[in-house]
Design a binder for this molecule. Structure first.
Ligand code: AMP
Length: 407
C-alpha cells in the first residue's frame, strides 16, 4: 500500500482535493466539489495524473450531485470514494492550502490549536479566503482525527522580502499596530516553478535570478533571487498589482475617495467594483476570461483587444520594475492558465521587453499550450520559460516532509 498525502484546497463554495503519492510524485485520485452551500452542488472525481483545470473541460468528468451540499458533505463523499477504492488507508497526512499567514507563518507548519488560532487572527487580512480554509481544516481534523494536518501558506514564501520592498509609505504605526504591509500571494506556485526552472536550466536554485508571473484569474509577478522572494506585485490583499480577470490591480488610491463621493458608495461598495467588476471584465465590458477575449479580439472586437493590451502592457511594466530588486535577470518564468496557454498574451508581453534581452521565438511560443512547456525565446535571447505550475504537488511534498514520510 502506498503512503499518500491528501491535499485540500478549500474555498468558500468549493473544495478541491488531490490524493498524491509523494515518492512517485503522481496524483492517484483528485476531485472538485463545487457550488457548496448553493443549489446544484456537485462533486467530480478523476483518476491518475490530472492536467490542471481539466475538471472544467467537457468529456473528462465523473460528476455526481452532492447530497447535503456543504463542506462536510464534500469531505464525506471524498472519504466514501477513498473507501470504495481501497485508498483510505493509504492517506498518511493531510495538507491544506491556507491563503494568508500574515507575518507569523514564514514556512509550512504542522497544525495544532495555536496554529488554528493564528490562522483565525489572519482572517481579517483575507476575509474571503481564510475562513473557508479554516472550515476545510476543521472538517478534515474531524474526519482524519489521527493524522497529521499541515498548513501551507500562499504568503509565507514572500516573508523573505526586505523592508524596503514590503513597507508602504504610510505612517509606520499602521504597520506596527495593524499589519499594513505588502504580503504577496501565489507563493506555493512560485516555489514550485522556480525549482522546476532551475532544473530545466541546469543551475543550482541558489544561483538564479528570476522574474516570475503567475497569470490566472488572479495575476501577480515576483522577483526571486536564489529561490527567495525579494519583491512582488500583490500587496496587503490580492487586489494590488497587475490587471486581473475582475480585479483592477494598481490604481490611484485617490480613486477610492473620489468614487465614494461621486457615486455615493460606501468603502465596501467601491471595493466591490475594484474586486469584481474591474480588470479584463471592466475594460472589455464583455468577459473576465482571457480565452474569450482573444476570440472576440480576433473577430474584431476593439474593446477586447484593448483590455488584453492593457493587461500585457501593465504586466511588462511590472516585470521590468521587478528586475530592480534582482540586479540582473537570468530568465522570465510564466505560469497559470494564461501564462501556460495564451501565446497571444505572452507575445504581447515579451515583445515589449526586448531591452531586457528577451526575443520571442514565435514558433516555440505558438507550440507552448495545453500542458506543453518549455523555452519560448530564441537561442540568443535571455530565456523565457513556460512552466506548468502544480500547487497541489508542492503542498503534498511539504506535507510529506513535515509528516516524516519519505518524499
Ligand atoms: P487559472 O485561474 O490559472 O485557471 O487561469 C484562468 C485563465 O486562463 C482564464 O482567463 C482563461 O481564459 C485562461 N486560459 C485558459 N486556457 C487558455 C487558452 N488556451 N488560451 C488563452 N487563455 C486561456
Amino acid at each position: 500500500m502506498k503512503s499518500c498525502i491528501l491535499v485540500i484546497n478549500c474555498g468558500s463554495s468549493s473544495l478541491k482535493f488531490a490524493l498524491i503519492d509523494p515518492v512517485s510524485q503522481q496524483e492517484v485520485l483528485s476531485g472538485l466539489a463545487e457550488k457548496l452551500g448553493m443549489a446544484g452542488s456537485q462533486i467530480t472525481f478523476k483518476h491518475g495524473p490530472t492536467p490542471r483545470r481539466s475538471f472544467r473541460q467537457p468529456g473528462e468528468k465523473d460528476v455526481s450531485p452532492l447530497e447535503g451540499g456543504n463542506h462536510a458533505a464534500a469531505m464525506d463523499a471524498i472519504i466514501a470514494r477513498l473507501k470504495d477504492e481501497d485508498l483510505l488507508d493509504s492517506v498518511k497526512a493531510v495538507g491544506h492550502r491556507v491563503v494568508h499567514g500574515g507575518e507569523v507563518f514564514k514556512s509550512t507548519v504542522v497544525i495544532d490549536d495555536s496554529v488554528l488560532a493564528e490562522i483565525e487572527k489572519c482572517s481579517k487580512l483575507a476575509p474571503l479566503h481564510n475562513p473557508a480554509n479554516l472550515l476545510g481544516i476543521r472538517t478534515a481534523m474531524q474526519q482524519f482525527a489521527d493524522l497529521p494536518q499541515v498548513a501551507v501558506f500562499d504568503t509565507s514564501f514572500h516573508q523573505t522580502m526586505p523592508e524596503h520592498a514590503y513597507l508602504y509609505a504610510v505612517p509606520m504605526s499602521l504597520y506596527r499596530e495593524h499589519g499594513v504591509r505588502r504580503y504577496g500571494f501565489h507563493g506555493t506556485s512560485y516555489r514550485y516553478i522556480t525549482s522546476k526552472a532551475a532544473e530545466l536550466l541546469g543551475k543550482p536554485l541558489e544561483e538564479t535570478a528570476f522574474v516570475c508571473a503567475h497569470l490566472g484569474n488572479g495575476a501577480s509577478a515576483t522577483a526571486i533571487k536564489g529561490g527567495k522572494s525579494v519583491d512582488t506585485t500583490m500587496g496587503l490583499t490580492p487586489l494590488e498589482g497587475s490587471v486581473m480577470g475582475t480585479r483592477s490591480g494598481d490604481i490611484d488610491p485617490g480613486i477610492i475617495g473620489y468614487l465614494g463621493s461621486e457615486l455615493n458608495l460606501s468603502v465596501a461598495g467601491v471595493m466591490d467594483v475594484l474586486n469584481k467588476k474591474s480588470g479584463l471584465l471592466g475594460l472589455s465590458e464583455l468577459s473576465s476570461d482571457c480565452r474569450e477575449l482573444q476570440e472576440a479580439a480576433s473577430a474584431g472586437n476593439e474593446a477586447a483587444k484593448l483590455a488584453l493590451d492593457i493587461f500585457s502592457y501593465r504586466l511588462a511594466k511590472h516585470i521590468a520594475a521587478l528586475t530592480v530588486g534582482l540586479g540582473r535577470l537570468d530568465a522570465l518564468l510564466l505560469t497559470g492558465g494564461i501564462g501556460e496557454n495564451s501565446a497571444y498574451v505572452r507575445a504581447n508581453v515579451i515583445n515589449r521587453l526586448g531591452f531586457l534581452g528577451l526575443k520571442l521565438d514565435d514558433d516555440a511560443n505558438a507550440a507552448c499550450t495545453r500542458g506543453k512547456v518549455g523555452r519560448i525565446t530564441t537561442e540568443e535571447s535571455l530565456p523565457a520559460l513556460v512552466i506548468s505550475t502544480d500547487e497541489e504537488m508542492m503542498i503534498a511534498m511539504d506535507t510529506a516532509k513535515l509528516a516524516g514520510l519519505a518524499a
